[in-house]
Design a protein around this ligand. Structure first.
Ligand SMILES: *[C@@H]1O[C@H](CO)[C@@H](O)[C@H](O)[C@H]1NC(C)=O
Ligand SMILES: *[C@@H]1O[C@H](CO)[C@@H](O)[C@H](O)[C@H]1NC(C)=O
Ligand SMILES: *[C@@H]1O[C@H](CO)[C@@H](O)[C@H](O)[C@H]1NC(C)=O
Ligand SMILES: *[C@@H]1O[C@H](CO)[C@@H](O)[C@H](O)[C@H]1NC(C)=O
Ligand SMILES: *[C@@H]1O[C@H](CO)[C@@H](O)[C@H](O)[C@H]1NC(C)=O
Ligand SMILES: *[C@@H]1O[C@H](CO)[C@@H](O)[C@H](O)[C@H]1NC(C)=O
Ligand SMILES: *[C@@H]1O[C@H](CO)[C@@H](O)[C@H](O)[C@H]1NC(C)=O
Ligand SMILES: [Cu+2]
Length: 778
């Protein structure tokens, strides 16, 4: 926190003198005078704009959430619901309400023509434990607002697994009510072995609410393969804020199938890399001295906090403030916070947000022409490896945890630059709409390099005849989703050259394992008794390109090496040369980046050519660490994770294929609710409305530098969507933030700054810089 007033002269010559602690009124008056003392954009509000049309992808309103909730609970609905606060696993209760994606077929006539705004629908997931065959059931409720026309129907059409929106009880989200049943079953078992736990770990477990409990117990995903049964691989840790880094070598395996706890079974214990099926077997080995705790874990977790560690020393000059990105000329983007609409340097787009998937972008246009209909993350997954029940079992699909609800508060000046627009994010929660203040930041940033430059030769004393250099910048939209141990930083940037970059970074705690001398193949020792478990992160995205219209093709330009001859080089005979071989993907397909990147993939509109007769398109440019899930046949991720297993995929757009995954799919690896593989049924993708799916991710080769938390600098993946013959020339020509210098024949240097002058402004950082604006997406 900045407590002292900091005043920095940016342009030494041009700053009117201002006292170090200006009188607040004077300061406020100064701020409002745009042409006098300004604050370099730090405290400016972004200029507002009115979206051309109401946002058809908007979230359902808070009133809709409450009305839908009340409708579902009305006797007339016939759903026989219990309020979640009073419900047990064998009652029927609402798990969540969310916004149902509006069909593209309904939106296009509205945004492109005179069609009316399509009606909104809610989606509700109801846990129907009170049914003879207990299930989780998805419903669609609409049209909204609730009226006599509103109906509640099963939501089946977005799922292709065969059972529509129905998920068997054993595969449904393992919520607190199911955990309570599992823990009720577990308690007497652990009570029988607490003496062993005390002897090994100086800890015991009497249930989570009991004051004597000084171990924490955790399970993992998945907890079912196909809904016919359910299991839990539990492990103990030392409790605390960094318990992910203080794992203990003790696992309990349970069969927790069904709602009747009297049928639950103990499958056994694992410790010291040994498996004991019963309490008696465990006790026998313990008493025979065959179970040891060779590397005692630490209960202290101070070392694992993300605060300053003075014992690590000092770096010279590090007591000075680090460089900052400042929107020095004032904000250059406009916001319509009511509609969730943004304009920036030729870009326009709408925002939407759901509980399940978080932020999405719609109708992304550059200079008035559509590039993308939709861009949305589909799944943030991780699969682990190890010779323990926990690591070997773990596959996370973070949408299982309602990804959008995990958005965390952002720290201005650290997570996002000072002066960013810090926007509220909202989503339905029960019968209400929750607000996460300042969870989405919008800012324009210096990219740190010129967008273009050239120094034209010339023998002048300046070393050039002419020199042109163009300033680069980009608009960023950034959020951090903290799903349990991990913080995923999503950064979407819109660039002046018409390209868009998506970057995902990971920080936060490793899900680690107790250290075993024999298990280096699963990752290094990273602390006294802790091993960093190897895992792969894969994040799947949907990019529904509409280059100018919906008739698009996926152009594959292979870079091939061919033997050929050229008559003017008779002495060479046949020689090797590179050439481009262009074709179009014919059918829906999952595929990988070509080795050595010797293929370029572009979505093009064959009917729309630029001034040179070339098909206009956007290229999908690989960035950092574009990986896919290495394991293809793991029982824990078999058919639930098909979308993670290739770098890229192309399909035909369909209203009934809006998402790659279903949020409960992680518990249905053998019998998925959504089978991405079934999207590939031989449909043509040439000159059609096509969707491109891509994966970002990283193979997390864990290291001691993951302690205390993984570093965003290293754990990063990115991709760029860049114009490919979309324009007639580079779109930088209209930018005035550039310099053009000339040296005439007499050696006289003149330069043009196009009236973009270094502004006169001051930076004053003396307030808690959390400014909250409204973003309702409604
Ligand atoms: C309503 O749900 C309860 C469980 O909450 C169940 O016991 C009861 O049988 C259900 N009633 C009907 C008519 O299905
Ligand atoms: C929309 O309506 C206007 C005025 O009625 C008409 O001129 C125009 O052609 C219509 N546009 C479309 C795309 O239908
Ligand atoms: C944890 O609880 C057990 C059982 O009550 C006790 O024996 C042990 O000393 C406790 N350990 C610590 C570190 O407090
Ligand atoms: C939500 O439900 C609670 C009861 O559980 C009620 O007190 C509250 O008024 C409801 N909120 C709204 C916005 O209807
Ligand atoms: C070209 O011909 C040479 C000589 O026959 C051969 O070694 C080389 O592999 C050929 N290159 C290609 C791309 O076929
Ligand atoms: C969306 O399209 C699907 C598939 O055509 C259809 O079944 C569904 O009813 C549509 N949804 C809405 C809200 O109209
Ligand atoms: C943002 O959220 C905060 C906290 O809930 C609230 O006080 C503030 O009014 C919200 N801002 C707007 C403009 O809605
Ligand atoms: Cu990781």
């Amino acid at each position: 926190m900045i407590t002292t007033s900091l005043l920095m002269a940016l342009v030494a010559t041009a700053i009117p003198s201002v006292a170090a602690r200006p009188d607040p009124d004077l300061y406020r008056r100064a701020m409002s005078k745009f042409n006098e003392v300004r604050t370099c954009g730090l405290s400016d509000e972004a200029p507002t704009v009115k979206a051309p049309k109401a946002n058809p992808w908007a979230q359902i309103t808070p009133n809709d959430v409450t009305a839908v909730w009340d409708l579902l609970h009305s006797p007339a609905a016939g759903l026989n619901l219990t309020h979640p606060d009073d419900a047990t696993a064998t009652d029927n209760y609402v798990y969540f309400i969310d916004t149902l994606a509006t069909n593209k077929s309904a939106v296009l006539p509205y945004i492109d023509g005179n069609g009316t705004l399509p009606p909104k629908y809610a989606r509700a997931v109801i846990f129907e434990g009170g049914k003879t065959e207990p299930v989780s059931q998805d419903y669609m409720i609409g049209p909204l607002p609730v009226s006599e026309k509103t109906t509640i129907e099963k939501l089946d059409y977005i799922y292709n697994g065969g059972n529509g929106g129905t998920v068997p009880y054993n595969s449904r989200y393992f919520d607190g009510k199911r955990s309570k049943l599992a823990n009720d079953f577990l308690l007497p078992i652990v009570e029988e072995i607490n003496d062993i736990l005390v002897a090994l770990f100086d800890g015991a477990w009497y249930g989570s609410g009991d004051p004597r409990t000084n171990l924490t117990i955790t399970s993992t995903d998945p907890q079912s393969f196909d809904g016919s049964s359910s299991f839990r691989s539990m492990m103990f840790r030392y409790p605390g804020k960094a318990s992910y880094l203080t794992p203990l070598d003790f696992y309990i395996l349970l069969d927790v199938s069904g709602t009747d706890i009297s049928y639950y079974k103990l499958k056994g214990f694992v410790t010291n890399e040994k498996y004991f099926k019963t309490v008696a077997e465990l006790r026998k080995a313990f008493e025979a001295g065959e179970i040891k705790n060779e590397f005692p874990q630490t209960r202290d977790q101070e070392w694992a906090m993300v605060n300053h560690k003075p014992e690590m020393g000092v770096r010279d000059l590090e007591d000075r403030m680090a460089p900052q990105n400042i929107e020095i000329g004032g904000k250059r983007y406009k916001l319509d916070l009511e509609e969730g609409y943004v304009e920036y340097m030729g870009w326009t787009f709408y925002l939407s947000f759901t509980r399940t998937l978080g932020l999405a972008f719609n109708d992304v246009k550059f200079k008035g022409e559509r590039v993308l209909y939709e861009l949305q993350m589909q799944e943030a997954a991780a699969q682990y490896a190890g010779y323990t029940p926990k690591a070997a079992n773990t596959v996370y699909h973070d949408t299982y945890y309602s990804f959008g609800t995990t958005v965390s508060a952002l720290v201005e000046g650290y997570d996002c630059p000072f002066g960013s627009s810090m926007l509220n994010v909202t989503y339905p929660s029960g019968n209400k709409t929750r607000v996460h203040p300042g969870a989405l930041c919008v800012f324009e940033a210096d990219t740190g390099f010129p967008l273009a430059r050239h120094s034209y030769g010339g023998g002048s004393e300046y070393g050039f005849g002419n020199l042109g250099s163009v300033k680069d910048a980009a608009l960023h939209l950034r959020l951090v989703y903290t799903v349990g141990n991990y913080d995923y930083l999503f950064d979407y940037s819109f660039h002046l050259d018409g390209s868009m970059e998506i970057q995902v970074r990971a920080s936060g705690y490793l899900q680690s394992s107790p250290y075993y001398k024999t298990q280096g193949r699963f990752g290094p020792r990273i602390y006294k008794s802790t091993q960093g478990s190897y895992h792969s992160h894969i994040l799947n995205f949907k990019a529904d390109f509409d280059i100018l219209d919906t008739k698009n093709s996926l152009e594959v330009t292979e870079l091939i090496v061919a033997n050929q001859s050229q008559p003017w080089f008779p002495e060479l005979g046949v020689f090797e040369q590179m050439e481009l071989s262009t074709s179009y993907m014919e059918e829906e397909k999952m595929f990988n980046w070509a080795p050595n990147n010797q293929a370029m993939y572009s979505v093009v509109n064959k009917a729309k050519t630029n001034a040179w007769g070339e098909k206009r398109g956007y290229r999908i440019v690989p960035g950092r660490s574009n990986v896919a899930l290495p394991v293809k046949n793991s029982p824990f991720s078999a058919k639930s994770s098909t979308m993670l297993k290739s770098h890229l995929a192309v399909t035909r757009q369909h209203d009934n294929e809006p998402v790659a995954n279903s949020f409960q799919n992680v518990n249905m690896a053998a019998k998925p609710q959504q089978d991405f593989g079934k999207f590939f049924d031989g449909e043509k993708v040439d000159d059609e409305d096509i969707v491109l799916w891509f994966n970002l991710g990283m193979h997390h080769y864990t290291r001691s530098e993951d302690v205390p938390v993984t570093l965003f600098s290293e754990a990063v993946s990115s991709i760029v969507l860049a114009p490919q013959n979309f324009n007639d020339r580079a779109p930088e020509g209209d930018l005035r933030n550039r310099r053009w210098a000339e040296v005439d024949d007499d050696g006289v240097l003149t330069y043009e700054d196009y009236s973009i002058e270094l502004p006169t402004c001051q930076i004053k950082l003396d307030e808690p810089f959390t400014k909250i604006e409204k973003l309702t997406f409604a």
